[in-house]
Design a binder for this molecule. Structure first.
Ligand SMILES: *Cc1c(COP(=O)(O)O)cnc(C)c1O
Length: 387
């Protein structure tokens, strides 16, 4: 998800001002506590590696069940750190969906490796296991690249099919790095995002379900042995004294102020998530008759960062919704294989499901401060526009 513009999307309706994402109402709720936290940082002055960083990391690993959580500068940094640790490099193929935010591809390209775009399942909007197998076979047949890693993306918060992906990865000798930038709070078969894959990156960009007041992210591991190396990569590849570089790294750290904000936001996260899920359920039941809401795997619960669905006449529905004061957004009108920066990696046969979904999908307001009346109104407007 990009652009602060999306966060401030809002429109006037007969139900009052409807925001696409409402960070104002949330701030009103936690402002005194956040101010106390920020003041504590001003008082101790440890702007980098302050005690809030470790406190946050402990809370993140405890709530996800991951063996470790490492606070990062951004979701993108959180993707690059495990890729560096895996020594993914030039000549390697990394399999990613094209239907994702550009950061997934950029993280791969920063390592020197080549992104190989895989199609999505048109119902879940997540990477298609069948096409993943096909793309791995193509790479092997051409012999130019070494298949190394797959990065499933949990689109809009809904966990990808990690069981199927783990089987393919183990058969093919690939590593699995989950791009959970949108799925913090998601669950699959009673396991929480952060503990669904050997490595999971998430983003705390302000507009994500758990957002900082600036850039931030985290990377989770299922193996305690990763922690020291990943922390080193986050700090220019230095040793424990942080003086000598023992490997290549970069500045991938989260700053203390962001951790302070996130600690307060985490306290209300479960409460907010419950409301998000309720809204998603209402949307699902109201839209299933005439639209194609995102489907989730059996045993999956979305983190509900965003709510997206496909309709036949998307542009008309979006225009009508806007007229009625219902803000919408489109993730993504242009899949990565059609963007200038990544077009050279477009697969020859195209990506039919990705292309079809890009033309039909749009996202509705999703945040825990929508009133029941507003949700009802949004449903009425979309239903009228789409029928
Ligand atoms: C937001 C996002 C990222 C990048 O996160 P930043 O914190 O903005 O670096 C990566 N992947 C996906 C799928 C995202 O939505």
């Amino acid at each position: 998800m990009n652009g602060v513009a999306n966060i401030s999307l809002a429109a006037e309706s007969r139900q009052g001002r409807i925001s696409f994402i409402d960070l104002v109402a949330q701030q009103r709720r936690i402002r005194p506590a956040v101010e106390r936290r920020l003041q504590a940082v001003l008082d101790h002055g440890k702007y980098i590696a302050g005690p809030e960083i470790e406190e946050l990391e402990e809370m993140l690993s405890a709530r996800t069940g991951a063996a470790g959580a490492i606070a990062c500068a951004s979701g993108t940094a959180a993707l690059i750190i495990p890729l560096f640790a895996l020594d993914v490099k030039q000549g390697d193929a990394v399999f990613i969906p094209s239907f994702t935010y550009n950061a997934t591809a950029n993280a791969v390209l920063v390592t020197g490796a080549t992104p190989v775009f895989v199609d999505i399942d048109p119902a879940t909007f997540n990477i298609d296991s069948g096409d993943l197998k096909a793309k791995i076979a193509e790479v092997r047949a051409s012999g130019e690249l070494n298949p190394r890693c797959v990065i499933p993306v949990d689109m809009f918060g809904s966990p990808a099919d990690y069981a199927a992906i783990a089987t393919i990865a183990s058969d093919e000798g690939l590593s699995v790095l989950s791009d959970g930038a949108q799925s913090f709070g998601g669950v699959l078969n009673n396991r929480i995002v952060g503990n669904l894959a050997p490595a999971t990156s998430t983003s705390f960009f302000p507009g994500k379900a758990l957002g900082a007041y600036g850039d931030a992210g985290a990377v989770f591991t299922q193996d305690v042995r990763d922690i020291e190396e990943w922390m080193s990569i986050r700090w220019h590849g230095t040793d424990n004294e942080r003086k000598t570089s023992v490997r290549v790294g970069f500045n991938g750290r989260m700053d203390t102020f962001q951790a302070a904000v996130l600690l307060e936001k985490l306290k209300i996260f479960d409460d907010e998530l419950a409301v998000r899920r309720q809204i998603a359920q209402t949307y699902d039941s109201r839209f299933a008759g005439f639209a194609r809401p995102q489907r989730h795997l059996p045993g999956a619960q979305s983190g509900c960062a965003y709510y997206s669905m496909c309709v036949d006449d998307r542009d008309a529905v979006v225009a009508q919704a806007k007229k009625m004061g219902v803000p919408t957004a489109i993730y993504y009108t242009t899949p990565l294989h059609k963007m200038p920066a990544f077009a050279e990696f477009a697969p020859e046969g195209g990506l039919p499901a990705t292309d079809a979904v890009s033309g039909e999908i749009f996202a509705l307001p999703m945040h825990p401060y929508l009133t029941p009346d507003q949700v009802d109104y949004i449903c009425d407007v979309v239903e009228a526009a789409a029928s």
